[in-house]
Design a protein around this ligand. Structure first.
Ligand SMILES: Cc1cc2nc3c(=O)[nH]c(=O)nc-3n(C[C@H](O)[C@H](O)[C@H](O)COP(=O)(O)O)c2cc1C
Length: 488
């Protein structure tokens, strides 16, 4: 098997991926067949989660200040669990004419949804796992292999996130891990927010995700994070309606290593990741003033979207009210402190390319609002930013974008600090921050499109973003001409 050092992998993941990595969906010149995933149908036992749920729970402002609400106090344990899965992994919107019709609160590249969520209960000798089935909004008991990992796990309930790399590998080939791990970062932040919103205790340490190999089926799966869900017990599920249903599944195609030569080397590197060093939530929360904090948190999760339009990404020029950039920055920062940021995120630089003008000059700003490009005139700055498109024919209109947020890191410093774990952990941290940015954008009435397939090097060379851009979020206002049904 070909080996990759972490630094080789960082280099290959930059613009070089477009030329050097074998990625069927980047390959516009040859017709590379993308194998469909094999489908099977089998019957399974499902415990249905309740769907009569409140649509509003707490305003963003009340959540940031950790205020008790009358609604969340009245919720039962299964209602809380149901809300957690609804806003983490269940379909929320159906857009039948969109290229990808099913949308959730956490975005997914091309809506492939490669994350599986598992609820694990351990009480003395008894261990039981349930996998969440999004299409049914139900839990399915899972058979677990006998494993010393489980025997050493602490008692209590935990949520675990299993990445199914095989799901993205057919389209993303040797680049398959990147969108999955970034998406897991989004899901990590979202589940921390939901746990905080629902008032679950956060004091118990979670099961060590890195030792839960027994949940991963085969070499192309890995457990990326875990969260303790105190107060939840397996008995709470006993009252749920239980039925046998026919479940349609997709499975893994054999031969991925032969098809994509460097995929096993990336797999080995991504498996070196560790649990993110998450702090206790709280800390420095400077609450943003004004409108965004009046909105209900659940409503924000439903409103988050990537600006999809039937004709592509079609932002419209919009006049923004005064202090919009400052409100975006304080809301984003308050959200990440509320969920509790870890050390990885202190190695993540966040820069804001402000394009909307108004009371703030067009240019690049850091999180504290310092202007980083005073030497560059507006036209030159915009020219640099618009060069992010990887090819001309993309169905993107960058000319009316209001804001682009870059998440970057210095790979050498990150490797020095976190060793081989840096590779996976820094991408997860970038994904987590991008979810906070997406919620912030929703609070401002903006779309937020996370992107990892742009020409980041053109930005790194032209603008002081500080290192390698791991991820970016494009924000703005758009016309929405999608026919949309809300689900559940
Ligand atoms: C990790 C990740 C990478 C993505 N990369 C791109 C990209 O390079 N280009 C793009 O147009 N959209 C990209 N997206 C956006 C998704 O395609 C979008 O979230 C998806 O269509 C779902 O739409 P929704 O967010 O409105 O639910 C990415 C999303 C994620 C989570």
């Amino acid at each position: 098997m070909q080996k990759l050092t972490p630094l080789d992998a960082w280099v290959l993941s930059t613009y070089q991926r477009l030329e050097s990595l074998d990625v069927p969906v980047f390959d516009l010149t040859t017709t590379r067949d993308i194998r469909p995933l094999p489908r099977t149908v089998s019957s399974g036992t499902l415990y249905s989660l309740p769907t009569a749920l409140p649509r509003q729970l707490k305003t963003l402002g009340a959540y940031l200040q950790d205020e008790q609400g009358s609604l969340d106090e009245a919720l039962s344990a299964v209602q809380k669990l149901s809300l957690l899965f609804r806003y983490l992994a269940s379909p929320l919107r159906f857009e039948p004419y969109n290229e990808s019709p099913v949308h959730k609160a956490v975005p997914s590249a091309r809506c492939m949804y490669p994350l599986q969520f598992v609820l694990l209960f351990k009480q003395a000798e008894r261990i039981q796992a349930y996998s969440y089935q999004p299409d049914f909004h139900a839990l399915q008991p899972m058979a677990l292999p006998a494993s010393p990992d489980l025997a050493s796990a602490p008692d209590g309930a935990s949520l675990l996130c299993v990445a199914q790399i095989w799901k993205t590998a057919e389209k993303y080939g040797e680049f398959a891990h990147f969108p999955v791990v970034l998406e897991a970062g989004h899901a990590y932040s979202q589940s921390l927010h939901l746990r905080g919103l629902l008032g679950w205790d956060t004091s118990r340490s979670p099961i060590a995700a890195e030792s839960m190999h027994c949940l991963a089926k085969g070499q192309w799966e890995m457990v990326l994070f875990s969260l303790s869900l105190d107060e939840l017990q397996e008995q709470h599920l006993q009252a749920l309606p239980c039925a046998t249903a026919q479940l349609a599944r997709v499975g893994e195609n054999p031969g991925l290593s032969e098809r994509f030569a460097r995929l096993p080397a990336f797999n080995t590197l991504f498996k070196q990741g560790r649990r993110l060093t998450t702090e206790q939530p709280g800390g420095r929360i400077q609450s943003p003033a004004g409108k965004p904090t009046d909105k209900d948190f659940l409503q924000l999760c439903r409103a988050r979207h990537s600006g999809n339009d039937r004709s592509g990404l079609a932002p419209v020029l919009a006049r923004v009210p005064a202090r919009t950039l400052t409100t975006v920055q304080t809301t984003f920062d308050a959200l990440r402190h509320r969920r509790g940021i870890g050390e990885e995120e202190t190695h993540l630089k966040v820069s804001f390319a402000w394009l909307a003008g108004g009371d703030v000059k067009v240019g690049l700003y850091d999180l504290q609002g310092r202007w980083l490009t005073p030497q560059m005139d507006e036209a030159e700055f915009i020219r640099h930013v618009r060069r992010i498109l990887p090819y001309k024919l993309m169905r993107f209109n960058t000319s009316a974008m209001s804001l682009i947020v870059f998440f970057s890191t210095d790979p050498v410093q990150a490797l020095e600090r976190f060793g081989e774990a840096a590779f996976r952990n820094m991408h997860m941290a970038a994904g987590a921050a991008a979810q906070d940015m997406s919620l912030t954008a929703a609070a401002m009435g903006m779309f937020s499109r996370p992107v990892r397939m742009m020409r980041e090097e053109r930005i790194e060379q032209a603008l002081p973003v500080g290192g390698q851009v791991l991820y970016q979020v494009l924000c703005g206002f758009n016309r929405r001409s999608n026919l949309t049904f809300e689900v559940l």
